[in-house]
Design a protein around this ligand. Structure first.
Ligand code: ATP
Ligand code: MG
Length: 257
């Protein structure tokens, strides 16, 4: 069993469904439309990974690959201050916690590849307890797309990231943006019970971007979506949980169930 240990999200229902939180040694994907809260989720778990263990954190460092320049240390500190005031209000603590998060901003697929190779070394040297890639899909769209489209432009990267997760035994969280309707389709499909063939029926837009290899590599898929003005997070793929859905809010403290 390689799924030993979890990063608790502090979202109670979700942690219960995942038997403790985001598993170590595996890939967890956050899928959802623009503005639903994928980056907010990543910021929250980054705070949690750096938090002392007596507060339910991992007391570690984080490597955050910020592909779309959406990481905000100001927002990170705001989440920390509002969620854990007793720690973040201590003299110099907000700076110390933010300093534990290394933000990488690869400007091309080539730089992303180089970042991954550097990370492999960092994982051995530092107390890295979380790797975030926000977002994966952005790497193969827009300015990142170079030359003629290939079938699986990120095939190597996906395998490499999966191997990083397995060998370092840390949680790896990656985001992917999909159109609103597609996110609903993904979760509706997953709710029909037939989850073995999840990948074959995966959102065509995402498959076009990341390939079927990606869909197979992911251990846990969380779908964030909006229904009648409320936000929901669904466990759409998991080896240990039934498909469950939880309403959530985004506040000054970050993402809350
Ligand atoms: P994209 O795919 O475009 O990157 P995303 O899923 O990452 O989108 P986020 O940036 O995580 O989306 O979420 C943006 C939402 O977070 C905004 O719509 C806003 O409602 C909410 N939000 C951001 N900051 C705050 C805050 N300080 N207080 C309350 N809500 C906030
Ligand atoms: Mg985002």
């Amino acid at each position: 069993e390689y799924l030993t240990g979890h990063l608790p999200t502090h979202l109670k229902g979700l942690d219960a469904a995942l038997f403790g939180g985001i598993p170590f040694g595996a890939l967890t994907e956050l899928v959802g439309p623009a503005g639903i809260g994928k980056t907010q989720f990543c910021l929250k778990i980054s705070v949690l990974a750096t938090l002392p263990s007596c507060y339910g954190g991992l007391d570690g460092h984080v490597i955050y690959i910020d592909v779309e320049s959406k990481f905000s240390s100001r927002r990170l500190i705001e989440i920390g201050l509002n969620s854990f005031p007793e720690i973040f209000h201590l003299e110099g603590m907000a700076k110390e916690m933010a300093g534990r998060i290394t933000v990488l901003r690869p400007g091309s697929l080539t730089e992303f590849t180089e970042s991954l190779q550097k990370i492999k070394v960092s994982l051995l040297q530092h107390q890295v307890k979380l790797l975030v890639v926000d977002s994966m899909a952005a790497l193969v769209s827009g300015e990142y797309e170079q030359g003629p489209p290939r079938q699986h432009p990120l095939g190597w990267h996906i395998s490499f990231i999966k191997s990083l997760a397995e060998f370092s035994r840390i949680p790896v969280v990656m985001t992917n943006q999909v159109r609103s309707r597609s996110a609903t389709e993904i979760s509706n499909y997953s709710f029909q019970g037939e989850r073995r063939d999840d990948c074959g029926n995966f959102d065509s837009h995402l498959v076009a971007a990341l390939g079927i290899h990606w869909a197979h590599a992911v251990t846990i898929r969380l779908v964030l979506e909006s229904r009648s003005g409320k936000r929901f997070i669904k466990v759409a793929k998991s080896p240990m949980s039934p498909p469950l859905s939880f309403p959530f809010k985004i506040t000054s403290s970050g993402i809350l169930l």
